[in-house]
Design a binder for this molecule. Structure first.
Ligand code: NDP
Length: 329
């Protein structure tokens, strides 16, 4: 038994609250692999969970943090040994089991990913669920025959974690990216990491017509609502829209026309429930040919575990710019 610090979330007679607490490793959710956490990250979902503004946890109390990377301290599963570097993203962390905002975490071996050799534990958390999601979107689009010659990929919510990593990853994979963002002050940065065009979402005026001329080969959408509905009619024949988020709205006010006239596909991207074999493939690619070229620049903020709550409100207000990593070890 070891005493440890964790950002622990409760929901009981005293209300919904999250704060740094001392607990024992014995009290952690069970798992064969005991990991000393080095880094975690802050995703939109972490901000919802940490503030209680979204229902993310399905049991209480739990340590927050849907991502973690660290070093194995002990393992009852022969697949892992003391000293191995590992990571986990999604997989029920901070939903049904203790997450990465703690000095230790116990992971089931089935959810534990060996760290790709080309990534540090910090790199893995700059990527985290956000990078995994952007790469999973790309994998799904390629599986459905998306090709660079079909046209540029529109990426909405481009200054957010998924968006920014998406700009870099899709560019690395040979696609032209048009970044859609509400923050013109960051357009130069988006161009530096690969965007060939930047579009101010506040200047967008969608016609409302069910079909438009085909301008985009496909899209990665983090926003939902009118934005997603506005882009779908402009996607080229047999292009794909990978649906990742709802930063703007969970609604999808559209018609069937893009699907039945142009064969456009909507591909769902659910990072939390990804099968192990797909998870392994995505991480292998993130550590290989899709490894973003600008990881350090995309990591715009580093906070200590004790300060993790300080970034939640900005994120929920749409003020994100890049990725925030959480220093634990
Ligand atoms: P961030 O907070 O880092 O980024 C969200 C971005 O969306 C903002 O930076 C902003 O970009 C844009 N945005 C925010 N509010 C609005 C609004 N009202 N209207 C239009 N655009 C807005 O979040 P993440 O990148 O971590 O996540 C993005 C979305 O993807 C979230 O909805 C999240 O829940 C979801 N997600 C889903 C996953 C999955 O498995 N499906 C996994 C991870 C995240 P800008 O100002 O540049 O336009």
């Amino acid at each position: 038994m070891t005493s440890m610090q964790a950002f622990r979330i409760h929901n009981d007679d005293n209300g919904y609250r999250g704060a740094i607490e001392t607990m024992d490793t014995d009290a952690l959710s069970a798992g064969e692999v005991l990991v000393k956490a080095e880094w975690s990250s802050v995703n939109y979902k972490d901000a919802l969970a940490g503030t209680g503004k979204g229902k993310i946890l399905r049991q209480y109390p739990l340590n927050g943090g849907i991502d973690v990377a660290g070093i194995v301290v002990a393992s009852s599963d022969p697949a892992f040994r003391e000293g191995d570097k590992v990571l986990a993203t999604g997989s029920g962390l901070s939903e049904t089991r203790d997450g990465g905002y703690g000095e230790y975490v116990k992971l089931p071996a089935a959810l534990t990913i060996p760290l790709p050799a080309s990534l540090s534990t910090r790199d893995a958390m700059i990527l985290g669920t956000a990078g995994f999601t952007a790469a999973l979107a790309l994998l799904r689009m390629l599986d459905n025959r998306q090709r660079p010659d079909m046209g540029p990929i529109a990426i909405t919510g481009a200054t957010g974690g998924v968006g920014m990593l998406g700009v870099d990853i899709f560019t690395r994979a040979g696609f032209q990216v048009h970044a859609v963002s509400g923050k013109p002050a960051h357009f130069d940065f988006l161009r530096q990491i690969g965007a060939v065009e930047c579009i101010d979402r506040h200047q967008l005026a969608f016609s409302g017509k069910p079909m438009e001329s085909a301008k985009y080969g496909g899209m990665l959408d983090n926003v939902g609502g009118a934005m997603l509905a506005g882009f779908l009619p402009a996607i080229a024949p047999y292009g794909n829209a990978a649906i990742c988020g709802l930063a703007g709205s969970p609604e999808l006010p559209t018609t069937v026309m893009p699907f039945i006239i142009r064969g456009v596909s909507v591909l769902g991207v659910a990072s939390a429930g990804t099968a192990r074999e797909i998870r392994d493939e995505v991480w292998a690619r993130l550590g290989g040919e899709w490894k973003p070229r600008h990881l350090d620049a995309i990591c715009t903020k580093e906070v200590a575990l004790g300060d993790v709550a300080s970034v939640f409100d900005t994120m929920l207000a749409g003020g994100s710019f890049g990725r925030t990593v959480v220093r634990i070890g």
